[in-house]
Design a protein around this ligand. Structure first.
Ligand code: TYD
Ligand code: MG
Length: 461
């Protein structure tokens, strides 16, 4: 007889990568110290078929499949949110909303729930929303709702963590929209691991998807992005759901950016900007004003666009160039690769005709971002040049380009995606490397200037 050996695996809590041995760094998502030991074999209730989706297995020719359920989207009339969703929520879809604790996920969901109901009522459709709070009591949810001025009799609230109980409630109430806040607090009785562990989070999600797809229930799954502890991150679930949204806060404290990373029913390059006020989240329909208005031209401050993963993020490079009192001038760099900065300083000396050997150079990326991207080379050069010459740089101009050892400005990856983000945030003047005649011809929404070599830097600052 074969003995059933209890085996363990190590699973990355950030992205779900599995290995047999413990690893310090995940080869998949590059997170450090993210591997957690998990049991691979556990008792599964054989009476319950474990399938992720529960569609009918009827075989149909493509042209005979009804598109009724996909066609009518639910609008929240929160313009930023509808845009993110690709023009409203597709009924029966599963949406994952990730974000750090305290960023405003619960607040956003409560506001969205309220808007969905009102919007459906206008179409003479009555829908019910069930808000499952696994981390707060119903009184706490009520307090938040009062603060947001929401008093809707179609939002039902329950403080519950057992997924079996939750599906029962959903069935009894015949709920149309289900909000799970948060997935890490829920558990299934059929999975022996602890709440928030990788098998639990995955298993509960699979159970919810199976259940909701069969009944055409729209589900919002909220997930905390955590860097520490044994709590599985929402990234583990990205492949299982239809839409992945992340709520983030960048440089500015009260502003929140909602980004879509994946959407089976719409584009993934949208961002929505909100402001957290004392009355909840307020959408900022025209974020460009927000980002551009506050900007003033400064010496040594240059706007550019970096890529975080596949996401373009607008940021600024700052440089300070001062007389050095050291035998060897100082090069202090933060957020940028040190060796890259040294190289660019040499390129500037050689091709832009400036001397930096008696000056200290400080370089920094605003907002504490870090990047090794070479696409910001040009912006770094412009920042140093401007700081050295004491020239103001137009903050409404964006500089993109890699700089080569012979001073040539080289093409960069994802240029179109970056341009989209730049234009979306209201910037119109953009310097890019020569290459992209095709892209330039296509773009009517911004003014594009070509820079070929660093020798032209004087002209462009
Ligand atoms: P919350 O939605 O609870 O965040 P999450 O669910 O992502 O953990 O929001 C938490 C923060 O938002 C909290 O610090 C208080 C603040 N807040 C406001 O500033 N105004 C409001 O109207 C509400 C409801 C919350
Ligand atoms: Mg919350």
């Amino acid at each position: 007889m074969r003995k059933n050996k209890q085996q363990t695996m190590f699973v990355c809590r950030e992205c779900g990568y599995e290995t047999i041995k413990w690893l310090g760094k995940c080869p998949e998502c590059n997170s450090w110290n993210s591997f957690i030991e998990t049991k691979t074999s556990f008792e599964v209730d054989k009476t319950k078929p474990f399938r992720i989706t529960d569609f009918s297995s009827e075989v149909l020719p493509l042209n005979q499949i009804s598109d009724a359920s996909v066609s009518k989207r639910i609008l929240t009339h929160i313009t930023e949110f509808d845009r993110i969703m690709g023009g409203g929520i597709v009924p029966g879809s599963i949406i994952l909303l990730g974000g750090e604790p305290g960023i405003g996920k619960s607040t956003l969901m409560l506001q969205v729930a309220d808007k969905i109901i009102t919007s459906c009522l206008k179409d003479n459709q009555e829908i019910k929303v069930l808000y499952v709070s696994g981390e707060e009591s119903v009184q706490q949810v009520k307090l938040r709702a009062q603060r947001l001025n929401i008093n809707n009799d179609k939002i039902f609230v329950v403080s519950e963590t057992s997924i079996e109980r939750i599906t029962e409630i959903v069935e009894n109430l015949s709920v149309d929209v289900l909000i799970l806040d948060s997935i890490q607090t829920l558990y299934s009785e059929y999975i022996p691991n602890t709440q928030g562990s990788i098998p639990q989070v995955r298993g509960v999600t699979a159970e919810v998807i199976k259940f909701a797809k069969g009944k055409n229930i729209t589900v919002f799954i909220l997930g905390h992005v955590t860097k520490e502890g044994d709590i599985a991150g929402p990234r583990l679930l990205e492949h299982m759901v239809d839409t992945v949204l992340y709520f983030e806060s960048e440089t500015m404290q009260n502003y929140r950016i909602l980004r879509v990373y994946k959407n089976r029913f719409g584009p993934t390059s949208e961002i929505g900007v909100f402001e957290m006020t004392s009355l909840g989240l307020k959408e900022i329909p025209n974020p460009s004003e927000l980002f551009v208005e506050h900007h003033t031209n400064r010496v040594g401050t240059v706007t550019t666009c970096i890529l975080e993963g596949t996401r373009p993020i607008l940021t600024q490079i700052q440089s300070l160039v001062t007389k050095s009192y050291f035998p060897q001038p100082r090069r202090v760099v933060s957020g940028i690769d040190y060796n890259r900065a040294i190289l660019l300083i040499s390129v500037l000396e050689k091709f832009a005709g400036i001397t930096l050997m008696y000056e200290d150079v400080y370089l920094n990326i605003i907002s504490g971002l870090k990047t090794k991207e070479t696409a910001i080379d040009l912006a770094i050069c412009v920042a140093i040049f401007s700081a050295h010459k004491n020239l103001e740089v137009d903050s409404n101009t964006v500089y993109l380009g890699e700089v080569g050892l012979t001073g040539e400005v080289r093409p960069i990856s994802f240029l179109n995606e970056r341009l989209n983000e730049i234009v979306k945030l209201g910037y119109k003047k953009i310097f890019i490397p020569k290459l992209a005649d095709r892209i330039v011809a296509q773009r009517k929404d911004c003014e594009i200037f070509i820079i070929e070599t660093i020798k032209e830097i004087e002209k462009i600052v």
